[in-house]
Structures are given as structure tokens and as C-alpha cells.
Design a protein around this ligand. Structure first.
Ligand SMILES: *Cc1c(COP(=O)(O)O)cnc(C)c1O
Length: 449
């Protein structure tokens, strides 16, 4: 707005000091959800005509607002899918903001796009896709799945024209809710297939559906690590039907595909190299901060045909031959959200990532063994990746609810109830390298009441 004043420098220093302390802290508590009334009472009105000043605003954030946000990178945050960004990635996220890099076009952000693309190429190679594969970092898995399925339909329309009925996407009945959401946004039908007791969808299971629906099936989504259980579909047997039925194979690996970095889990993902598109979320098991999803197409041109926006003011961009990330998903303006992962991966090397993913899987196996050996506990399913789902015998949903609330009240852990096939259970989603076996055992002990 005007020249930098001392006041601005003081403000920047204060914000950086706060960020530095939080980043390096190993004692940030889990904290609590607050009610709107509590927050209004404690923070007062902060958006005013004259402003309350940076010092006061930072104070409100530090003392009132931040403690009303659950610490998702806490080692005992074990619900949903946690996040555990490396310090390198988190610190670099500040740089992405500080440099005001525009990540939408090569013209404006070539350096950033180059680095993001190097990460996407690394991931594509890891998953067995050809050198020509490429894509873009989008906000999250929901948007990644939607963008991939839009490209899939576009490609089917070009190939088939009129399918003789509504378009259909086929997936596992345990697939992520974002597939249902994408189908709704696209106004296409979704047909889910029961994977049976193992949770693992196979080609054999989907064949009758493909035979019945014929050309209407424009895409099959294979889940590479279900959110609730971490179960990986039998991707190879699904991919094997591709030539016969001509569908686009999309692999939703938002959480689990990172597991391929570990030799312990790699064999589970056989067939991923046949995918037409896939996603993996760095903000889940690739140790990057919110929010980033790597969306990769086997043939990036298919993504570009589906997504490039045309407008007079954009002509210099869309007529250029260069790689512009905006062209590959439902988006235009974009943060270079792949850079935190790039910086961390470049700093630490891929080997450190392999070790961290392997450690999560080993810890999940170890605590699963502990659960199996305890009286009154049993696993709902054997873990494949790093999610461990178990029941405390005889507990009702109310028992889990009360126990879970107590854990958070005591600032011990954040573990919420879940359910499967109508039965209540709970789960440990393990991916934070600071999560320990001893702590998990301590949480199990709290269930011995
Ligand atoms: C988390 C998840 C998603 C959604 O990703 P967001 O980044 O939360 O939008 C999709 N699919 C699977 C399998 C997931 O685990």
C-alpha cells in the first residue's frame, strides 16, 4: 500500500516469531473445539473500521483462536487421516506466501512450476507411469478425483459419443465419499460394487456390472487405501479388464498411495502402472502441510483438453505451448502448493520418506499384534497400511463416545469412534513419525475400565 514502515517490520517479525515457535514446538497440546459463544466472548469483535492492531490480533489468535483448533499434527491425533508435515515443508510454506508466486501459468511461475513438475515426475515414476505422465497439485483429493473423472468423461464422449443411457462411474462400495460427490457434481450415475468381507474390490467382482452397463461405464475408480481401513483394491485385476471394456481407470490413492514408497506395502499396489489417472495427497502421508493433492494423468493432454479455460484475456496463456498447471484441473488461479513438498523432498531425499512410511506401517502392525493379544479387544480387519480398526468387546456407541470425549478432555489423545457394517468401533490412523508404540498402548489401557 505504501513504503515499508517500522511498524510493518515489527508486525512481520512478530508473526514470524510466532510461526517459528509453533513450528519448533513439541509440546503444543491437542486443544479443544470451542463453541461460537465462547469464542465471541473471549475474542470480542476483531473486524472493525479502524482495526485492532497487529499486536492485539496476534494475541487473539494465539490465546483464543489457535487453542480452539485441534492440533492435527499432534503425535496422539489418530483420527480421520492425520497430518504430519516435516518442518522443512511447513517452513517453506511461509516462503510460498512470502514470494507471491503465481502457480497457474508457466509464463508467470515457470520456476515454481518446474519444481512442482519435478516432484510430480518423481511420484509418477514411483507409481510406474511413463515419463510422459504429468499433472498438477490441486487443493485436495476431492478436487483431484473430480478433475480426473471430468477428464475421463470427456475422453469417453470423444471416443463413444452417445453411450445409450446415463454415464456411469463404477467403484468399491467402500470408496471415499468424494467419488459420490464428484458424480453428483457431474450429474452422472455411480454404481458401487460390494467388495465382500475383505473390503478389497477385484476385477471379478466388477465384471458383471461392466457387462450389464456396457459403454455407459466411462470410468472405474480403484481405491488405493480406503480411508476407513487402508485397504487397497486389487488394481491389477481391475486394470486387466480395461482392454475388453474400454473404461478409464482412475486410482484414488489420496491417503494410501504413499504406501508404495515402502517395500513393505509396494506389492499391494500392483497394477497402478495401468492407471489413466491417479491422485495422492501430500497433506496426508507425504508429510506436507494442508492443502495439496497431486493429480497425475497418464496422458496429460486428456486433462488439458477437459480443463483449459478459454477467455479473451487469457489468450496469451492458453495459446502458449508451455505447461500451465491451471489447464489440468477445475481451477484457474492457484497457489504453488506443491512447493512445500518439493523443498522437503529436495532437502531430505526420497530415502527419508521411504523410511518414514515404512515406520508407520511397522508401528501399525505392532499395535495390531498388541490388540489381538489383549483380552476384550479384537481387530475388525488385519491392517494393510497404517490404519488399525478395532473393537472393545461389548462396548456400545455410547461407551466409545464417552471414552473418546474423556481422552480429549484429559488432553491425552484424539481418537474418535467409527463404525463398520453397523457395529461401532474405533481406529488408530498412524502416520506421524512422533507417534510411539508406548503411547498407543497407554491409550488401549484407558479402555480397560
Ligand atoms: C482423504 C481422501 C479423499 C479426499 O481428499 P481431500 O484432500 O480430503 O479432499 C479422497 N479419497 C480418499 C481415499 C481419501 O482418503
Amino acid at each position: 500500500m505504501h513504503a515499508v514502515t517500522d511498524e510493518t517490520a515489527v508486525l512481520v517479525d512478530a508473526v514470524l516469531a510466532y510461526a517459528r515457535e509453533r513450528m519448533l514446538s513439541t509440546t503444543t497440546p491437542l486443544d479443544h473445539t470451542a463453541t461460537e459463544l465462547e469464542l465471541r466472548e473471549r475474542s470480542g469483535r476483531t473486524v472493525t473500521e479502524d482495526g485492532i492492531g497487529a499486536e492485539r490480533a496476534l494475541e487473539v489468535f494465539a490465546d483464543v483462536l489457535a487453542p480452539a483448533c485441534i492440533t492435527t499434527d499432534h503425535p496422539d491425533y489418530l483420527s480421520f487421516i492425520p497430518t504430519a508435515p516435516t518442518k522443512a515443508a511447513t517452513a517453506f510454506d511461509l516462503v510460498v506466501s512470502a514470494t507471491a508466486v503465481y502457480g497457474g501459468s508457466w509464463l508467470e511461475g515457470s520456476g515454481a512450476v518446474y519444481a512442482e513438475n519435478e516432484v510430480l515426475s518423481f511420484l509418477a515414476a514411483e507409481f510406474g507411469l511413463p515419463d510422459s505422465a504429468g499433472g498438477v497439485f490441486v487443493q485436495g483429493g476431492t478436487l483431484g478425483n473430480l478433475s480426473a473423472l471430468v477428464a475421463a468423461r470427456e475422453s469417453a464422449v470423444a471416443r463413444i459419443g452417445d453411450p445409450g443411457g446415463r454415464w456411469v462411474v463404477v467403484c468399491n462400495a467402500e470408496a471415499h465419499s468424494s467419488i459420490v460427490s464428484a458424480a453428483r457434481v457431474m450429474d452422472v450415475d455411480i454404481v458401487t460394487v460390494d467388495p465382500g468381507p475383505s473390503g478389497r474390490l477385484t476385477g471379478e467382482a466388477i465384471r458383471p456390472t461392466l457387462e450389464r452397463l456396457g459403454d455407459r461405464v466411462f470410468a472405474v475408480v480403484a481405491t488405493a487405501g480406503s480411508t476407513n481401513f487402508g485397504i487397497v483394491d486389487d488394481i491389477a485385476s481391475i486394470a486387466a479388464l480395461g482392454d475388453e471394456f474400454g473404461f478409464w481407470l482412475h486410482v484414488d490413492g489420496a491417503y494410501g498411495l504413499a504406501g508404495m514408497l515402502s517395500p513393505l506395502a509396494r506389492p499391494l499396489f500392483a497394477g497402478v502402472d495401468r492407471a489413466d489417472s491417479l491422485i495422492v495427497d501430500p497433506h496426508k502421508w507425504l508429510f506436507a502441510p494442508f492443502d495439496a493433492c497431486a493429480l497425475i494423468y497418464r496422458d496429460p493432454e486428456a486433462g488439458r483438453r477437459a480443463h483449459t479455460q478459454h477467455a479473451d484475456y487469457l489468450d496469451t496463456l492458453t495459446e502458449a505451448a508451455e505447461w500451465s498447471p491451471s489447464d489440468y484441473a477445475v481451477q484457474l488461479t492457484r497457489r504453488a502448493r506443491g512447493l512445500p513438498l518439493w523443498f522437503s523432498l529436495a532437502s531430505h531425499g526420497a530415502g527419508a520418506y521411504r523410511d518414514a512410511v515404512t515406520a508407520s506401517i511397522q508401528l501399525a502392525r505392532r499395535i495390531a499384534g498388541e490388540i489381538e493379544s489383549r483380552d476384550g479387544f479384537h481387530l475388525v480387519r488385519e491392517p494393510q497400511l497404517s490404519v488399525v480398526v478395532f473393537e472393545r468387546d461389548g462396548w456400545s456407541r455410547a461407551d466409545y463416545d464417552a471414552w473418546s470425549a474423556g481422552l480429549l478432555r484429559d488432553q491425552r489423545a484424539f481418537v474418535v469412534p467409527s463404525s463398520h457394517a453397523g457395529r461401532p468401533n474405533t481406529r488408530f490412523a498412524i502416520l506421524n513419525p512422533r507417534t510411539t508404540f508406548e503411547s498407543l498402548v497407554g491409550i488401549l489401557d484407558t479402555m480397560d475400565v
